[in-house]
Write a new protein. Structure first.
Lengths: 225, 225
């Protein structure tokens, strides 16, 4: 049997039932009586809940649409592949030799599915309270501080409180430009407070760009206190 | 303040924080600083997990696609409206008078959203272990015994074990007919064991029809033991 201790260390979780980690790592091409598709089904649902709840609590003023949009930016094949790579999951996956030659070990769909399956397996064995901190730690370590700060903090609300107290007005955001094709558009947004601009920032949505430029304005205003 | 004790009795759950049940019952048309959309976001995710996990455990031999299909037949606007009606949720919802005149209290989208929000509120206040039995009890009470038996039990597997022991062969299922338009097709399936037919049954998918006819065959074979 392989040694999963390095993977378990990256996860911060030790499986009691080693058959469960094996099932979670087994791609359907490996032609065993089991594969990781059922655990992936479970993992997908539990990841959706964990990230959803986290955003719900972090953004008390965001509406359902905003929460859904931010969640969708994290809970998808690209996002899970990134987390799978962080814990070097590809090294442990069981795939057929054909899939091996076909670079299956680095394919986004295979890595993302295995990541979901591993999360489903931990949930199955130890429940939501055990899995939650593991998922949040992986997200926190993967997304660099600035991105995560922008994504998870409500700078717009914080800034508004500052400007209302100091200037008796609220910030204005203007879309300066947008770049790229429709499926991966970026926006550049400027910020204006009391008829003065405090900078520009780019983001993958108008909301993210606004959050980023609000952060810039907060830093400037706090520096001039 | 209204009296929610009847609703809480139907749910089998008493809210500690009455503001939470009020938020969950408040449709956006009611024009309060809060409405039930955020709780609905949370409820949607947690219902998806609870039903998914239930099916995962009940159908150990079903693959991801089958589990997804069965879940989709329960976790949707029609299904949640049905559960909302079972607990008479419409009587408690806060909606605008315009929405009231517009029969909002009986609209599927409004009822379904409020049901999800109530489930989200229970999850938020008391966690997954408190919510799970509530959801499963509501499902169990709403779907009549036969439907639920067919949906939640793996008759095909049970039958296969019986026929292998008794005849040394496995059952064959034949699609006899399909009815209705694409978006609500029904299938009729017959069952053959050892070159003899044991009956026909209809279902909303081939899988459900097969399960139903497998149940018929089991009853016949068990009667002749």
């Amino acid at each position: 049997m392989s040694d999963y201790s390095k993977l378990e260390k990256c996860l911060g979780y030790q499986f009691n039932d080693k058959n469960l980690i094996i099932e979670a790592l087994t791609h359907k091409s490996f032609k065993k009586p089991y594969n990781n598709e059922r655990l992936e089904f479970l993992g997908d649902a539990v990841l959706n809940l964990i990230v959803g709840e986290f955003l719900f609590l972090k953004f008390p003023k965001s509406n359902e649409g905003e929460l859904s949009k931010i969640r969708a930016s994290l809970v998808n094949e690209t996002g899970f592949t990134r987390l799978a790579n962080d814990i070097k999951l590809g090294e442990y996956i069981f795939i057929s030799s054909a899939e091996e030659r076909n670079k299956g070990r680095t394919k986004a769909s295979i890595l993302s599915d295995a990541f979901e399956a591993i999360m489903g397996a931990i949930y199955l064995e130890s429940g939501l309270s055990a899995l939650k901190p593991i998922v949040l730690k992986l997200l926190d370590e993967s997304y660099d501080k600035i991105n995560l700060d922008v994504l998870f903090s409500d700078y717009k609300t914080a800034l508004q409180e500052i400007t209302q107290a100091r200037f008796g007005s609220i910030p204005e955001y203007k879309i300066e430009a947008s770049f790229g094709p429709d499926h991966k558009k970026e926006f550049e947004v400027s910020i204006w407070i009391d008829e003065q601009t405090y900078g520009k920032a780019k983001g993958k949505s108008k909301k993210l760009a606004q959050q980023a430029v609000a952060k810039i304005a907060i830093d400037i205003l706090k520096g001039s206190e």
